[in-house]
Write a protein that binds this ligand. Structure first.
Ligand SMILES: [Zn+2]
Length: 313
């Protein structure tokens, strides 16, 4: 956070930041003070269409900043869809009926030219979760696994997001691991995302009245339900594959489990640890990595998407 404060001093601003998290159902914003703390937050229901999103984001930024608006040095936005972080352009935000939108520069224009950075929502959540879990010590590598509608990872090295050559770093959801499994909308077969994303677990273990599937699946397994046991084994196996792919690629000091599935809490951590320990019992190399000791659940009581959007760059 000191880096951005220094940049702000150069720009002659007092160094407040605003982070905006665009979701399929709501848009949330936080105002972060020069000391790095969240000083205000605000949210509105999301409306579909590019013009509505631009209006809502701009008015939310002004609203959350209030009389500090003139001191806002930088606005960061996290959004679903395809994001070009270098240009601020977004595309294919299906939930909000956006085909293409020059989000960064159009929001900047509506806010009097304040610099705006746009990143994808998983990367923003990765930064936010790391900030909340690690405080000021962002040294080393932190991997954030988002088990949400889709499955993707965000990787930070010394607090800096790794976007990769084409912006696709961390897209582990579309690594095909099992040719005998499900077709994936991406065109391949057996992608990790077809088994262990939040949406896939909901498909494999449908629940009544909107209850989240993962806690229900774990509870049914513990009651001795054979079908639940079969489904959970498939899901936790895919989660284990995802963890190993990410962890053995970047050897992070922390592996953060995020996305909607993380709200399952302790029981999710237990079934993941069971999976890891089963694998470790057959593999001294894996046991030596002790990945279980590096696992954390993303904070559920902080708006990590909006906080991370403010700091992502
Ligand atoms: Zn795929």
């Amino acid at each position: 956070m000191t880096d951005i404060a220094a940049t702000d001093a150069v720009a002659g601003r007092a160094g407040y930041l605003v982070g905006v998290d665009i979701g399929g159902t709501k848009i949330e914003a936080v105002l972060i003070g020069p000391d790095g703390r969240v000083v205000a937050s605000r949210r509105v229901p999301a409306r579909r269409g590019g013009d509505n999103v631009l209006d809502d984001v701009a008015s939310l930024v002004r609203g959350v900043a209030g009389d500090r608006f003139a001191d806002v040095a930088h606005v960061g936005i996290g959004t679903p869809g395809r994001v070009d972080a270098a240009t601020g352009r977004i595309a294919n935000v299906v939930n909000l009926d956006i085909d293409e939108l020059d989000l960064g520069s159009l929001v900047s224009g509506r806010l009097g030219g304040i610099p705006v950075h746009v990143d994808n929502d998983v990367n923003a959540a990765a930064v936010g979760a790391a900030r909340v879990l690690c405080g000021d010590d962002l040294s080393g590598t932190v991997a954030f696994l988002n088990f949400g509608t889709g499955l993707a990872a965000g990787v930070l090295v010394d607090g800096v997001l790794q976007h990769g050559y084409s912006g696709a770093a961390g897209e582990v959801g579309h690594v095909p691991v099992d040719p005998n499994r499900f077709d994936c909308p991406c065109g391949q077969r057996g992608c990790l995302e077809t088994v262990c994303s939040g949406a896939s677990v909901a498909r494999l273990w449908p629940t009544a009245d909107g209850r989240p599937p993962m806690p229900d699946l774990i509870a049914a397994t513990r009651r001795g339900d054979g079908e639940a046991r079969r489904v959970l084994a498939m899901v936790t196996h895919a989660i284990g594959d995802t963890l190993q792919i990410v962890a053995q690629s970047v050897d992070p000091r922390l592996i953060v489990i995020g996305g909607g599935m993380a709200k399952t809490g302790g029981p999710l951590l237990e079934v993941i640890l069971d999976e890891l320990h089963a694998r470790e019992s057959a593999c001294p190399f894996l046991k030596g990595l002790d990945l279980g000791a590096r696992l954390r659940l993303a904070p559920v009581d902080a708006p990590v998407g909006a906080i991370g959007a403010a700091w992502a760059s």
